[in-house]
Design a protein. Structure first.
Length: 251
């Protein structure tokens, strides 16, 4: 079945929100291995990287403290000259996400490493995808889930702005996607498209809106095309991911 009209608007909007192209080649990055066990959280930070932020809370079923780490590479070679729009020196150092659970002996066990969900900076006209605030973007919630919010905003090259939030839950060896929210704004037309997906019950809705109208349009309810479990490694780039939705049957 085809997507409803509102869903098609979201798909088109997401395509329009693509990152503007850059005029230089990104320096190659080889992502290091992250230790499986460590005595301290700092020991998960490889040489040449820095610990940008840590969030503490509960990720599994025990009562021990767990952690989410935002790591960022710290290499001068990844800060490149830029003779176009944006800063004269552009930092392309990438990020990694690491999750670790506490062990009874006080050590930590790594349960997740991901370096694709948060895109690497590649266009000088783009704002930081974490809004220069990793602490505000990454949160461990009281219900043993966690979320990360990404923002796409460019000073040139596109009118599109997107705010995307992913919610995850640790299930065995899978950091499972359980929720997805995507708000797209076209700054020229003022049109807004919002998508919200619950990956646990398979339901989703799409809603149009406008900055000129305080009351959004009606929600169009849809469902996921598949109930297959999605892990963080299945998502890749957080802005290129798009849930596959189909219409709900007409009553």
């Amino acid at each position: 079945m085809q997507l409803p009209t509102a869903s098609l608007l979201v798909v088109l909007a997401c395509g329009a929100a693509a990152v503007p192209s850059h005029a230089f080649d990104l320096p190659e990055v080889i992502y290091p291995q992250i230790a499986k066990h460590a005595a301290t959280l700092e020991a998960f930070v490889p040489r040449g990287w820095q610990l940008e932020y840590r969030a503490l809370g509960r990720l599994n079923d025990d009562d021990l403290e767990d952690a989410l780490l935002v790591l960022r590479m710290d290499a001068d070679a990844n800060v490149v000259d830029n003779d176009g729009l944006g800063p004269d020196r552009f930092d392309t150092n990438p990020r990694m996400l690491v999750a670790a659970v506490g062990e009874a002996d006080g050590s930590w066990r790594r349960v997740m490493v991901d370096h694709t969900l948060v895109p690497r900076p590649e266009a000088p006209v783009m704002d930081d995808f974490l809004n220069d605030d990793a602490g505000g973007a990454v949160t461990i919630r009281p219900n043993r889930t966690w979320s990360i919010s990404l923002r796409s905003w460019a000073s040139a090259g596109t009118w599109s702005t997107r705010d995307v939030t992913y919610r995850f839950r640790l299930e065995d060896d899978c950091m499972r996607l359980i929720g997805y929210d995507d708000m797209h704004l076209h700054r020229a037309s003022g049109e807004i498209s919002t998508t919200s997906v619950n990956y646990l019950d398979g339901r989703a809705w799409v809603q149009p809106g406008s900055i000129a109208d305080e009351t959004p349009g009606p929600k169009t309810w849809t469902r996921l095309a598949s109930k297959a479990r999605v892990c963080i490694g299945d998502i890749d780039d957080g802005f290129s991911f798009s849930p596959k939705l189909v219409e709900l049957p007409t009553p």
